[in-house]
Design a protein around this ligand. Structure first.
Ligand code: ATP
Length: 774
């Protein structure tokens, strides 16, 4: 290395040169991370750099470390893989490689690095940070840099982002890319399902995950697999017999297809590898099934990121830059994580240590410890999987007096995951000895049954019925917006007549309202002095008591697919803006999160409304944007407008105003995706969360078994709502949520956690501050 004296000028106080890098195996969402880091860096008045090809680029330096401009990352949010490349770099594992990397960074004046990669990449990053002061000294001793050169850079600031399809980092619920990969796996298994059903075949599907069974577990939960093999929790010693017995039992109950999912790193309890061929041979020879193997391979890494990964990569990229700017030399390096619904910073080293510990526990065959080393959610999904596939759990049956007849009812518009939740509830009931009773077509369906003749609208559900519902959209038991107040007396009569001891209500704001009405009507009707739980399921995500309703993720995915297609058309035609109308009722959640996930120019929500000044500012901004759009640089802009954002400024009118005001410099169209937003097949996230919340809801209802009507009525938790609140999943009493947290007029929560995310949409689109001020 020769001494290079060129040194970039010092940055103004508080400003930095921040580099972003992707490393290790690629994952969908990495490009979105780079976009978010670059734009947030520039928006913070700092300089952004990208290191191309992972640590390889850092070691090589020169053009591999490039300054990035705002426009350089345009459109990256929807791209799969990583557009700045990734590589495995042996040189960086050795000190001379890291010395060279440090020299290259000093040359560019960079001392802050955001790294998106797996645990290996983050381990390397932390080692680099740890050694940094000594690397600086060595550069000076070797005469490669002067003391003055290194003096402003004596501390290296590292922030980790976890990009990995395996979801193998302890401390975070999800890594960037894991839900996209799960989406790909579930799509494939859904396709396989149809052919398996037709020919009554068995399929053994191998999915990625050398040390981590998250993908296998979640695919098993969302697709209703018959058996799964995970590295953390191998099957019993007698697994061959166990698997064959379960599969045989499912077939005896009438199942026409069999799906077994094998994680790449599956093994038995003595660490002997279990491969798909072994499983296939057993299913063919012992159970006599026509069995095929499907190895999904790299398909699992490819394709565009799903809505959740786009949101996660964006929010985490923004948070990483904030962490860089807030760090002091004493701050331990953070890794940006998500816990339920909350983006949090955690200690990078501890997260890596915990992750590596799981691998060690597996090696030591300490599988209990390995399961504990994953997050609590992992264990919960494992239990949920077992409950939903169990057909003989005589040891789990409750005594007769504790068994309930559980009414299951869907209320409101269909939402992805309603069926999966019902399937989980049914399976749970049957495992514990309860009777699941479908109340078809909502409350009007129930009352109609009574008034006319029996139409089969109240029916016990059997395992096989529900078993097929894991991946189905819509509502298999039928849903209806009608409320019990339309005929409270008959509703109570029916509850009595069918001996409903507990009620599981799946739906949106109407479901919430229905349980509120039933709770209040307990004074008149003893029939309602039973435990009731609402599981929020609506694409609008406007139910008080939760930050997440099942179905909203399916909706976001439908919406981003739609917007991706529209944007492509807009950019192909050059200089076109689309005003897209989203659903969501009086809640701007869907518009805002979709705005984050597609990189919308602006979002218009009912909470903020639309005013003239907003349109004036946005049109000015559009003119500036299109003025930059020269040569081959094409761009399509999207504005998302919630259906109730304004009574005056309709989607069409806004589009017309924009067109009129553009002075012919660009075109504007409007688009209304409408019911497309309910989605077809529910997203894997909605499916797995439905199962988890469904099982939890039933456990909650069950906790009231054996109590008197009065004891139940006196307990505020006997009418409850299950929800995600910050970093926790919890039940809240309806009574308090109705009173304190509900905006009844606008049918939404009083406080909406996502409102400040509109600022991030604006920051990343470059929309000038103040555009939203009336
Ligand atoms: P994946 O989850 O896809 O395996 P990863 O980040 O764990 O991603 P690795 O191949 O383990 O992937 O690491 C990527 C790169 O990080 C390595 O090629 C190497 O350059 C660097 N790296 C990994 N571990 C270390 C280490 N202990 N010291 C220095 N550098 C490391």
């Amino acid at each position: 290395m020769a001494q290079i004296n060129l040194q970039p000028p010092a940055m103004p106080d508080g400003k930095k040169r921040i580099a972003v890098m992707t490393s290790g195996g690629d994952s969908p969402g990495m490009s979105g991370t780079v976009r978010a880091v670059v734009r947030q860096t520039i928006a913070s008045g700092c300089m952004a750099f990208a290191v191309y090809e992972g640590y390889d680029g850092l070691v090589k330096g020169g053009d591999m470390i490039k300054e990035m401009g705002w426009e350089d990352v345009r459109g990256w949010l929807s791209e799969g893989g990583t557009l700045i490349g990734t590589a495995r770099c042996a040189e960086f594992r050795e000190r001379p490689g890291r010395l060279q990397a440090a020299n290259n960074m000093i040359e560019k004046g960079i001392d802050a690095l955001v790294i998106c990669g797996g645990d290996g990449s983050l381990t390397g990053a932390d080692k680099f940070r740890d050694e940094w002061p000594s690397l600086m000294e060595e550069l000076v001793t070797k005469g490669l840099r002067s003391k003055e050169d290194v003096a402003p850079h004596m501390h290296l600031n590292i922030v980790g982002l976890v990009g990995s399809i395996d979801n193998d980092l302890s401390s975070t619920d999800a890594t960037i890319g894991c839900y996209s990969s799960l989406t790909r796996i579930c799509q494939s298994i859904d396709y396989i399902d149809a052919t398996a059903f037709s020919h009554q075949r068995a399929f053994v599907v191998e999915v990625m995950g050398r040390h981590c069974g998250w993908l296998a577990l979640m695919a098993g939960v969302s697709c209703g697999a018959d058996f799964i093999f995970l590295p953390e929790n191998p099957p019993t010693e007698n697994w061959e017999e166990e698997m064959c017995t379960i599969v045989r039992r499912h077939r005896d109950m009438g199942k026409r297809k069999t799906i077994v999912i094998v994680a790449e790193g599956a093994h038995d309890r003595k660490l002997n590898h279990i491969n798909p061929k072994m499983v296939k041979d057993l299913l063919s020879n012992k159970v006599g099934l026509d069995t095929r193997i499907t190895t999904l391979g790299h398909v699992q890494r490819g394709g565009p990121p799903c809505a959740y990964d786009r949101m996660l990569s964006t929010l985490q990229g923004v948070e990483a830059v904030k962490a860089v700017l807030e760090a002091t030399p004493e701050t331990p390096s953070p890794v940006i994580c998500i816990v339920e619904n909350k983006i949090v910073r955690k200690d990078l080293i501890k997260a890596i240590q915990m992750t590596q510990q799981v691998a060690k526990d597996i090696e030591a065959c300490d599988f209990d410890a390995a399961m504990k080393g994953r997050d609590a959610e992992f264990e919960e999904y494992w239990q949920a999987f077992n409950i939903t596939t169990a057909t003989d759990k005589s040891d789990m049956l409750l005594p007769t007096e504790k068994r309930l007849r559980v009414g299951i009812i869907h209320v409101g518009a269909p939402a992805g995951g309603m069926n999966a939740a019902t399937r989980a509830a049914v399976a749970y009931c049957l495992t514990k000895g309860h009777t699941p009773v479908a109340l078809h077509n909502g409350f009007p369906g129930l009352c109609r049954h009574h008034n006319d003749k029996p139409l089969g609208s109240v029916r016990d559900i059997n395992w096989l019925d529900a078993e097929q519902w894991a991946s189905r959209g819509g509502s298999e038991i039928g849903t209806n917006r009608g409320l019990p107040s339309e005929d409270m007396k008959t509703t109570a009569y029916c509850f009595d007549k069918y001996n409903i001891d507990a009620l599981f209500v799946v739906g949106g704001f109407e479901a919430f309202t229905a349980v509120s009405e039933l709770r209040k009507a307990r004074e008149q009707y003893d029939a309602f002095k039973i435990p009731m739980v609402v599981l929020p399921a609506t694409i609008s995500n406007n139910v008080p008591g939760t930050e997440y309703s099942i179905g909203s993720d399916t909706c976001l995915n439908a919406l981003i697919d739609y917007c991706d297609a529209i944007r492509q058309s807009a950019s192909a035609s050059r200089r076109r803006v689309f005003v897209v109308e989203t659903q969501g009722g009086a809640s701007g959640y869907i518009a805002t999160i979709a705005g984050l996930s597609i990189g919308a120019l602006a979002v218009y929500t009912p909470e903020e409304g639309i005013h003239l000044n907003m349109l004036v500012e946005d049109i000015k901004f559009l003119k500036e944007q299109f003025a930059k759009d020269v040569g081959h640089a094409r761009s399509g802009k999207i504005i998302l407008r919630n259906e109730k954002a304004s009574k005056v400024f309709t989607t069409e009118i806004i589009s017309d105003i924009i067109k009129h005001e553009s002075g012919g410099r660009f075109d504007s169209k409007f688009a209304v995706p409408g019911h497309v937003q309910q989605g077809g097949i529910p997203s894997p996230m909605d499916r797995v969360r439905s199962v988890r919340f469904g099982v939890r809801s039933l456990q909650h209802l069950e906790s009231f078994a054996g109590k008197s009507h009065q004891e139940i009525a006196d307990d505020p938790m006997s009418a409850a709502i299950i929800g995600v609140r910050g970093s926790r999943v919890k039940f809240s009493p309806m009574e308090r949520i109705e009173r304190e947290e509900t905006d009844w007029k606008d049918r939404r929560p009083k406080e909406e956690f996502w409102m400040n995310l509109i600022d991030i949409v604006d920051t990343l689109s470059g929309r000038p501050k103040g555009s939203r001020t009336p």
